[in-house]
Ligand binder design. Structure first.
Ligand code: FAD
Length: 434
């Protein structure tokens, strides 16, 4: 089969792709060896910006400002960087067929790409309400947020529906960040989610109570314990209102849905081993197919610290897994070995004046510490998770860089605690003295 041939191909042009490209260059790359093939029209960027500064009414973040690798304090890689390094950045190109046995990828327009080594970095896609057949879910002004194109459409709607009503469906981090962004844009905002509190996969009821009260104080209305079951539309199929399962109807000019994602593994079904919804890898991100690697959101990898296979849909892991895969590839070429991936889970979010970080595992008993009064002028609080007498996870709102470093150390070292009451009294001090 004819087509362009590369030594290395990265399939997907998101966060992992950008950090992998930088690592290839660091390790030594010849011009023409590497191609990145991406469905998106722009060079890899720091995706988390889309639900944060990208939506600010003033001083909004725009490309090229947040191309990778600025999110981790590194050098920014604009499109020219790839040209300079002899990397083919093949944009606006969706791969529709991946033949892992013959090492060929085919694009929607029929272009073929051959590779020797493939890094799969296709990330996740959003779960849509239309996937569940929710009535009216295809109406105009119902938005999802994954790629910059989605964010641009939302920004246009924010402009045209100025000071209107927004309903945010979902109480996860997208729901929380988007509710804040819409409120900052002076929308009348209502959040709707079925769970008893927001971010239930991470937050305890006590942590969530702080954020919910804070959001309410900023004017966000919160409706819990019910879901959107349909949408009313006007003659132009623009959304008019959201129908809830409990019978309530909410007027809406804009609806933003954040109900989760799923890894984009479809292209590889039946060709490679999967586990827990992702492509299964080892601690070097090698898949079950020789010379095929999987990184970022879609990799299910051994989380050494917890002796368990996990998939992590967060930006820090996307960056680090990409770097690990490239280091591994280069080590094999040089006949060397590197350490297995030893990841400490790290998530963060920012909204309004708030900013939290979490490290480790959120299992076991919890101890809340600090000032979690949402009306305080500077609330600062956290939580530890304790399992089998050891602190395994730590959360901190409004921590300084040193304090965040201290809680990350706790989650990594897993110090023993005998007295939970004492731990609560010590609070952040406990982490700072480790
Ligand atoms: P992605 O960055 O999603 O990149 C995948 C790329 O593959 C995309 O360019 C896509 O177009 C391309 N692609 C997919 N299929 C094909 C195909 N068939 N052909 C060609 N190209 C293809 N994490 C945090 O820890 N903190 C946050 O605050 C945070 N905020 C976020 C906010 C938003 C709005 C979103 C969407 C995510 C956020 N995340 C956050 C999660 C984080 O961005 C992801 O974990 C990270 O982007 C995963 O990187 P990735 O490279 O695996 O996938």
């Amino acid at each position: 089969m004819a087509g362009k041939h590369y030594k290395y191909v990265i399939l997907g042009g998101g966060v992992a792709a950008g950090y992998a490209a930088r690592e290839f260059v660091k390790q030594g790359l010849k011009p023409g060896e590497l191609a990145i093939i991406s469905k998106e029209a722009v060079a890899p960027y720091e995706r988390p910006a889309l639900s944060k500064a990208y939506l600010f009414p003033q001083g909004a973040a725009r490309l090229p400002g947040f191309h990778v690798c600025v999110g981790s304090g590194g050098e920014r890689l604009p499109p020219e960087w790839y040209v300079e390094k002899g990397i083919d950045l093949i944009l606006s190109t969706e791969i529709v067929k991946a033949d892992l046995a013959s090492k060929f990828l085919t694009s929607a327009s029929g272009a073929a790409f051959a590779y020797e080594i493939l890094i799969i970095a296709t990330g996740s896609t959003v779960i849509k309400l239309s996937d569940f057949g929710v009535q009216g879910a295809n109406a105009n002004n119902i938005f999802y947020l994954r790629e910059i194109e989605d964010a641009d459409k939302l920004v246009d709607a924010i402009q045209s529906k100025k000071n209107g009503k927004a309903v945010i469906v979902g109480g996860g981090y997208i729901g929380l960040e988007l509710s804040a962004a819409m409120r900052i844009n002076n929308f009348d905002v209502t959040m709707v989610y079925p769970e008893p509190w927001c971010m239930p996969r991470l937050f305890t009821a006590e942590i969530a109570a702080f954020y919910e009260a804070y959001y309410v104080s900023k004017g966000v209305k919160i409706i819990k314990g019910t879901v959107a079951v349909g949408f009313d539309v006007d003659l132009n199929t623009n959304v008019k209102s959201v129908k809830l399962k409990d019978g309530r109807v909410l007027d809406a000019d804009i609806v933003v849905v954040g109900v989760g994602g799923r890894p984009l593994t479809t292209l590889f079904k039946g060709q490679v081993e999967e586990e827990k919804g992702g492509i299964k890898t080892d601690g070097y991100f090698k898949t079950s197919v020789p010379n095929v690697y999987a990184v970022g959101d879609m990799a299910t990898f051994p989380l050494k610290l917890y002796k368990e296979m996990r998939r992590v849909e967060h930006v820090d892991h996307a960056r680090k897994s990409a770097e690990q895969a490239v280091k591994g590839i280069k080590a094999i070429e040089a006949g060397k070995t590197i350490e297995e991936y030893d990841y400490l889970p790290y998530f963060y979010s920012r909204s309004f004046d708030l900013s939290w970080q979490f490290y480790g595992d959120n299992i076991g008993d919890t101890v809340l510490f600090g000032d979690n009064n949402p009306t305080s002028s500077k609330p600062k609080f956290g939580s530890y998770w304790i399992k089998d007498g050891k602190v395994v996870g730590a959360f901190l709102e409004s921590g300084s860089p040193e304090e965040n470093k201290a809680i990350s150390k706790v989650a990594r070292i897993q110090p023993s605690v005998l007295d939970l009451r004492q731990l609560q009294i010590e609070g952040l001090q406990f982490a700072s003295k480790i």
